[in-house]
Write a new protein. Sequence first.
Length: 518
Amino acid sequence: MMQKILIHVTNEETKVALMEDNHLAEFFFERKRSAGIVGNIYKGRVGKVLPGMQAAFVDIGLEKAAFLYVDDIFVEGSDAVPETMEIEKPVAPEVSEVPAEEQANHHEPAKKHVKKSIEEILVEGQEILLQLTKEPISTKGPRSTSYISLPGRYLVYMPQVNHVGVSRRITDEDERNRLKELVNNYRNEKGGFIIRTVAEGMTEAEAQSDMVFLELLWQDILAKSAQIKAPSLVREDLDVVFRTIRDYLTPEVDSLIIDDRKQYERIKEFASLYLPDYADRIKFWEGEKPLFTEYDVDRQLSKAMEKKVWLKSGGYLVIDRAEALTVIDVNTGRFVGGNDPEETILQTNVEAVTEIARQIRLRNVGGIIIIDFIDMEKEKNRERVFQGLQEALSRDKARTNALKISDLGLVEMSRKRVREDLVHLLGETCAYCEGKGYTKSLRTIIYEILEELRHVPVGSRQPGKDRKVVLYVHPDVQVALQEEERDFLVAVEKKINRQVIVKSDPLSHIEEFSVIAP
């Protein structure tokens, strides 16, 4: 698989596209006026402590207070690592969990300490050092932890715990043992590390350099924190360009292409000094077409905002979002296949698997996901589709968990949510339909109007009395009311003994109308 990283820089924003075989696999951006805050470290002041939720809200100087759960609070003298720590870290998503074979050792220290309630740990007004692990989502504030982790090129440093783990994506057992031994030889008694996927093949010098840098960075953070008052920002994470180099420039990437000369020189110099093996993969875009146009990024991004996704065969997916649930429906569409309906269904489902995994990753869909595959009669076919889904999801750095296909053809799965999905990031609730996704039909609106008119007091039958009613409606409603539904309007006029004068109001919402009856 050919992988490329494309970076498009303008005065107002920086956009990054991860391409796999010229398909847009991931997309993220940073805008000058609203830079991301995940990974930032703050000195905060505890606002509210909620014993019923075993959580606290901490003022860190932002619009919304940070949410802090009791298991994410570091207690001095404890060697325990919270269960949520690794899975919450978006700054190094490929090390989102410790491998199963290491989990016993990873959590063993927790047994030595009695778990404390939050009111025993925090009091209102207390100052605390926090790192943000989730962006604010919808009405919720950012999620935080007091277990600090500092990602480097090869390692993630956890200064408050005593543990060395290896990314689950490094599967060679000899290499895992070599890397653990290498890190253990140089680390201090206090302080743990997670060895990242990119560290496979890491040399002794590279390990030592990363460890020294991260330990000095932690000391600098402690010193700065001691000098400032809460709430304050202590350390801001790297900008999106350098986060991309740190987290995504791996041996699998063929090239990193950037279209801004200043940023190109900046990262070229950095790579020459610290990542010499990758320096020749960094290229400046000098093509005639804009970078994102050449690689069809904008069109693919636009399609990722749509509900319907077409498959090459003629089948299609329908992706519907709710507050905490996303439903993906697979359909054969225009694909009719051969003579065997089961084979046609299998081909559609197998093709859909790859596209589903790509769309979930590209759209950054989080929470509960239900996939409605087309029903298959044969168990071996259901197993083939599920295995294909598992394989496709394995390329996703976010943690996923999928259950086998049910008798109804459904797959229930979850994906770790660390930031808003693509639709929320690039869009906003439709101001016209107010997020419903629909408006009432013209006929429904007209019949509501006629019902309202029937409640108008019957007009006087005395000569000279004004018996008119003025009705203000949207122009489309006016046309339909005076043409298609004219007979019903006349019948209402006779019933209330009044003439209804329909006037157009171009500025009104299509569902809005007003009746003025003197």
